[in-house]
Write a protein that binds this ligand. Structure first.
Ligand code: ATP
Length: 493
């Protein structure tokens, strides 16, 4: 599938817009529209529910984006949070030196009178056998030697732009958790192992942002720092290694639970030479995005590096008193670090389907009901019948107290269904003549409506008075559609 299909759907239906579009846009910045904000909030909500509310060993935190500049010295970001960058001397484009070999390149081939070719990354020219040495984008300019470029955004605090006022927009949320380790411990009296979860914005001056919301300058992270007693042993193995395994399993299962197909997920171990200097082991969960397998989440064993660094730099002890061994220990930390925006992209891509129904193309997002931006759409079959419209509006108002729901009467019913399919609405409720009756003909309504399920397109006839019970089962209690359907007459057509 082409990423452009998702980009275009997102713009057309109000999921994601380019930032500052009326001014020509700003590279790699995106705004979440009416449906996008719901989807992203839902991703964050289920992550928080599963990792904070449903676990007795986890609590939450929301630290400030701006932190004391010494945090970034102690964490190593000031000295090491860099990427090697090269510039083209001709077109001035900038590239990450470590990604050049994998980038497709433009080549003016001398063996074919200088014809221009685009050659896949890492491959030689089929005609002259040459490999890339010049700029991959313009094919003409020489590249500068690599320079280290710090990815942190610098800013000034206060009215004077002087060195003493320099601070940074955080490039990760994790450090807010480490510097609050003792505060959380004292306030909660939690026993190891325990974890702290945080969702928030991070900023990186990426050299090569791109691929829609996959890599941007401003993004949201969903991070966990899970503290483990390094002296503990579980089944004969160091506790930190066991907890690392558990978190990898749990995080893979989480993506699957919300609808990502297992064959589109894989685990990639970091090689020894790729490991961050503080990490004992790191495994990335990768997703098969339209542009290829790429990182969705990193799960690292950061050892006691961060707490020790901050303790050294701040002079404050960041330890845990091990009652059993009567000694202070510096916990090891396992860090599952996910991107909210990257997750949104993966959920969208995985949910996207094109089907043929009665000779017509049907586009649908098979989003998990917990993630779907709108849970229920209430649709009147005939817009001109006041009783139908009034009943539909009243039903929508009632359902809206519990579930995000929409009312739409701007097209014929077939069209309305297609629109809801395309944005992933799991259920549509249709009000028709039978529901309200026909006073002119002296016919009474049956007080029943049709519920249509998105994926199967099956329809059942349900009394209005039972709607809330049915949707509580389907949307809150996780009862399967087939179980609910079995209780009601099926409507065909
Ligand atoms: P990459 O190798 O893709 O640059 P990373 O290894 O630097 O990622 P981490 O520092 O491990 O990323 O950050 C954890 C998560 O935060 C990533 O798995 C990703 O989901 C998200 N993330 C990191 N950088 C960006 C970005 N520039 N835009 C969007 N999401 C990001």
């Amino acid at each position: 599938m082409n990423l452009d299909v998702i980009v275009s759907l997102c713009k057309r239906r109000g999921f994601i817009f380019q930032s500052s579009e009326i001014y020509g846009g700003i590279a790699s910045c995106w705004d979440y529209g009416p449906l996008g904000v719901e989807l992203k909030n839902n991703v964050k909500r289920v992550w928080w529910r599963d990792n904070v509310y449903l676990r007795p060993d986890m609590v939450g935190l929301d630290a400030a984006i701006l932190m004391h500049p010494r945090v970034w010295k102690a964490s190593g970001h000031l000295d090491h949070f860099t990427d090697p960058m090269v510039d083209c001397k001709a077109c001035r484009r900038r590239f990450r030196a470590d990604q050049l070999d994998a980038t497709p390149w433009i080549h003016y081939c001398p063996a074919t009178k200088g014809n221009k070719f685009e050659i896949p990354g890492g491959e030689p020219c089929k005609h002259c056998g040459a490999r890339r040495t010049l700029c991959p984008a313009c094919g003409k300019g020489e590249l500068t030697p690599p320079r280290q470029f710090n990815l942190m955004f610098k800013t000034f605090m206060g009215p004077v732009e002087e060195d003493a006022a320099v601070t940074y927009l955080r490039p990760e949320t994790a450090q807010g958790i480490f510097v609050n380790f003792d505060n959380v411990l004292q306030a909660t009296r939690l026993k190891l192992p325990f974890g702290v979860a945080q969702i928030g914005k991070s900023f990186r001056n990426e050299i090569t942002p791109g691929n829609f919301i996959f890599r941007t300058h401003e993004f949201e992270q969903m991070e966990i720092e899970y503290f483990v007693n390094p002296s503990d042993v579980i089944d004969g193995r160091p506790a930190d290694e066991v907890w690392h395994e558990r978190w990898i399993k749990e995080r893979l299962a989480w993506y699957e639970r919300y609808g990502i197909r297992r064959e589109h997920l894989r685990l990639r171990e970091h090689e020894k030479d790729e490991l961050a200097h503080y990490a004992k082991r790191t495994a990335d969960i990768e997703y098969e995005f339209p542009m290829g397998w790429s990182e969705l989440e990193g799960i690292a064993n950061r050892t006691d590096f961060d707490l020790k660094q901050h303790s050294k730099a701040s002079g404050k002890s960041l330890t845990y008193f091990d009652e059993e061994r009567k000694t202070h220990v510096v916990p090891y930390v396992i860090e599952p670090s996910a991107g909210a925006d990257r997750s949104v992209l993966a959920f969208l891509v995985d949910a996207y389907r094109e089907e043929e129904v009665r000779g017509e193309k049907r586009v649908l997002l098979r989003l998990h009901a917990d993630l779907a931006p709108v849970k229920i759409a209430v649709l009147p079959l005939l817009k001109k019948r006041d009783a139908i419209v009034a009943t539909a509006r009243e039903i929508q108002r009632r359902l809206a107290r519990r579930w995000v729901s929409a009312y739409d009467d701007t097209a014929a019913i077939g069209r309305l269904y297609r629109r809801q399919d395309e944005v992933g609405t799991p259920y549509c409720v249709t009000v028709d003549v039978q529901t309200v009756g026909d006073t002119e003909r002296g016919e009474a309504g049956d007080g029943k409506v049709t519920i249509r399920e998105r994926d199967s397109m099956e329809q059942i006839r349900v009394p209005i008075t039972e709607l809330e019970t049915v949707f509580r089962e389907l949307l809150t209690d996780g009862v399967a559609w087939s179980a609910v359907r079995a209780r009601y007459p099926v409507v065909t057509g």
